[in-house]
Design a protein around this ligand. Sequence first.
Ligand SMILES: Nc1ncnc2c1ncn2[C@@H]1O[C@H](COP(=O)(O)OP(=O)(O)OP(=O)(O)O)[C@@H](O)[C@H]1O
Ligand code: SF4
Ligand SMILES: [Mg+2]
Length: 357
Amino acid sequence: MPSATPSTRSSDRSCEAVTLQNRDSGDSSVPLLEVEDLQVEFHTRAGVLKAVDGVSFSVDHRETLAVLGESGSGKSVTAQTIMGILDMPPAVIAGGAVRYRGTDLLGLSPPERRAIRGQKISMIFQDALSALNPVFSVGWQIAEMFRVHRGMSRREAKKRAIELMERVHIPAAAKRVDDFPHQFSGGMRQRIMIAMAIALDPEVLIADEPTTALDVTVQAQIMELLAELQEESGMGLILITHDLGVVADIADRTAVMYAGRVMEQAGVFDAYAAPAHPYTKGLLESIPRLDQKGGDLFSIPGTPPDLLHRPSGCAFRPRCRFRTDECLTEDPPLHDIGGGRGSACHHYQEVLDDAER
Ligand SMILES: Nc1ncnc2c1ncn2[C@@H]1O[C@H](COP(=O)(O)OP(=O)(O)OP(=O)(O)O)[C@@H](O)[C@H]1O
Ligand code: SF4
Ligand SMILES: [Mg+2]
């Protein structure tokens, strides 16, 4: 498997190059998808909002990256920038690169982008459940992908639509192909959205909160389906979520975002066993545990900063129990902490050593 994300902080800050290795890196070929020092702003009447502020990560074939973080941390803006659908005002891509097989997509022409979007890199959008058109049958909507992009006849495209519905385990697909979206449950509609996202055999699939609106059992089934499809196709998977608990079983690595930046990058197992950033630690403490009986669930005190008025120093400081005076003035870079991990915390060693959970 190809290796490594050269992961750096914004170029205008003191920066420490961090090389984060994949689990089973072997050769040094180019990553399948690599985001490097990405900066995306919204130029609003109230001022410039830095929604993504120096984000770096990568994903390879057969690899699953969980992009984790609370609401407003910049997860969807990052994904939309990768897809090339956020390139007009008020959004401004202020810097960085999004490389697919080594080519920076940010420098491509609109037709070149279209050739990649949906075909090589595909996405299940955050509001996917409402994205199906209520006036067309699901089969028609799936078949449309094959007619538009593969030039298939109606008959051939419908046959492929049924095959795809079977592939995402929709029972009695041949009978249900002419049903309308409202005739399916939320979980089945999400399977249809997944079918459309994988229709053209993408190499990278981005799933933005694919299970948020679903109940817990269905969430697990959807995750299982994504893992199965990845196993079959070998695609790289980026799973965006608030909840590491939901993706822990299928993710290899995680990039934990806060206020538009990556706070920690690590293998999922390492992050679980010993988080190296107070924010990751807080997120893990917020996951309900089977051995925890009664009592209120922990939640990180406070709220994320207003990105129009970013505080000085570390953006997590007002909510952090490890903070010191240094955190007020010094914005922490993403330190290379060894073992393929990175932490944007001045006191990561203390956090690693802290046994309290
Ligand atoms: N079109 C827009 N105009 C102005 N600000 C925007 C726009 N879209 C997003 N933002 C801001 O960018 C920041 C990042 O938003 P984003 O949607 O990426 O968050 P997120 O991490 O996906 O959150 P959630 O978990 O709620 O989906 C937020 O502060 C948001 O308000
Ligand atoms: S740099 Fe300081 S405030 Fe920020 S997370 Fe680390 S200890 Fe907390
Ligand atoms: Mg989002």
